[in-house]
Ligand binder design. Sequence first.
Ligand code: PY5
Length: 307
Amino acid sequence: MADIEAVEFIWKNGALVPWAEATTHVLSHSLHYGSGVFEGIRCYQDPDTKKSFVFRLRDHMARLHRSCKIAMIDLPYTVDELCDATVEVIRANKLPACYIRPLVYRGYGVMGVDPADAPIDVVIAVWPWDAYLGDDALSKGVSVGISSWRQRSNNAIPPSVKATASYMNSILAKLEAKAHGYAEAIMLNEVGLVCEGTGENLFMVRDGVLSTPPLSDGLLEGITRDTVLCLADDLNIPALEESLTRSDLYIADELFMTGSAAELTPIGSVDEREIGPRGPITQALQERFFEVVHGKVEAYTDWLTEV
Ligand code: PY5
């Protein structure tokens, strides 16, 4: 049951190749050992001007480079080259809006764990992708559950690397959440502090104050997370990074998740504790977020790359 909408081209190792030909050998190193790193980015179209913009493209490609550095992957393209390639593949596919998935993986050549002699392959795929957590999620919110699976520690597969291997953790938590009837899981770290969702960062509102766990608690340095912290500042919403416990979540006034795929998705309940419909601070931030990504806020046009 494939939900990827195929388009015409994928950018692979410097050239556009037909979608169906962007394949890899079954003995590719990353397929066996999870040695790849990736990004998730969105391109939005302004409904009035019909201009399309990639949101924070450079920041995503810079994070891809940071992931490669930690994973000791020699990425053969600069941030600028990766940004240009992204624009090229969106244009070639004539997509007004899309999701963008750059992936750097260790390809075919060696089967030992030592990856040094495996080639580095780089792809950038684009396709239309609607609301990640379902059609109603952005307005109505989703139910989440605290996972029995813990987030990896900073000394295991580091959460700051957007590594393919990390998502075994996310997959286990997601499957468990779905089995319990939740749309998404929240993972705690080994000492029981709140980290993040399986593909999203997490925010809480209590008594008018916005808070989100600090990176040191073990989470991806989300670009949407950073965006929300900037927008909160603009909207004079007090915001801080602080460690949170599961009890903090149960008694929150508002909760929401952020991510390039999930955008800004309200949380309606945690472990059957009702949080409620989308709250006023969530709504204000969400509205501002969608204005910014659609090119409606002059102050943030630096974050947009026109296609
Ligand atoms: N935490 C995790 C574990 C993530 O996978 C993601 C993004 C985030 C946080 C949020 O990061 P950002 O705001 O920079 O996107 N997840 C990917 C995404 O494209 C993959 C989801 C399937 O949103």
